[in-house]
Write a protein that binds this ligand. Structure first.
Ligand code: ZN
Length: 168
């Protein structure tokens, strides 16, 4: 497995809910964690490894505190307050930063990898990270948060790179 990049169509798929946390699901979560750490990311959604299931992993401060991989399955934002301006990158959208406006405080529900219900509040970077990953599960990318001009410049740049690779 590897992290897929735009314009892979899986990134535009809406992920399906997970009804059964079996060994395959746990293996997938472990692999997603390894890929995320390997790419120095702080979050990764299942779409990004080619699986359209409602799962994402995240770990914000492993550089300072050591690894503690969190997984959230079937996440739903049940409360969102205030707004925060952010600049976000994405492992599936290389060499691109998007200025986004996100909700500053959120409350999210779902289940963890043990099947335990999760109901947690988040703010700041964690809130932004969770919103970014839930975007992925809905087929939304940071490209959708910028102007069409900026988006078109990026898609043209990627198309050109792909043509160059193909013609090589
Ligand atoms: Zn992303």
């Amino acid at each position: 497995m590897e992290i897929v990049a735009y314009p892979d169509p899986i990134l535009r798929e809406k992920a399906e809910p997970v009804y059964n946390i079996d060994q395959d699901t746990l293996d997938l979560i472990e692999i997603m964690g390894e890929l995320m750490y390997g790419a120095s990311g702080i979050g990764l959604a299942a779409n990004q490894v080619g699986v359209a299931k409602q799962i994402f992993v995240f770990d914000l401060d492993y550089r300072e505190k050591g690894r503690n991989l969190n997984a959230l399955i079937n996440p739903t934002i049940v409360l969102a307050e205030d707004r925060i301006e952010f600049e976000e990158g994405c492992l599936s959208v290389p060499d691109f930063l998007a200025k986004t406006t996100r909700r500053k405080y959120i409350k999210v529900t779902g289940i963890d990898k043990k099947g335990k219900p999760i109901d947690r509040e988040a703010e700041g970077l964690l809130a932004v990270c969770i919103q970014h990953e839930i975007d992925h599960l809905n087929g939304t990318l940071i490209l959708d948060h910028v102007s069409s001009l900026k988006r078109n410049l990026y898609t043209k740049r990627i198309a050109k790179l792909m043509r160059r690779d193909r013609d090589r």
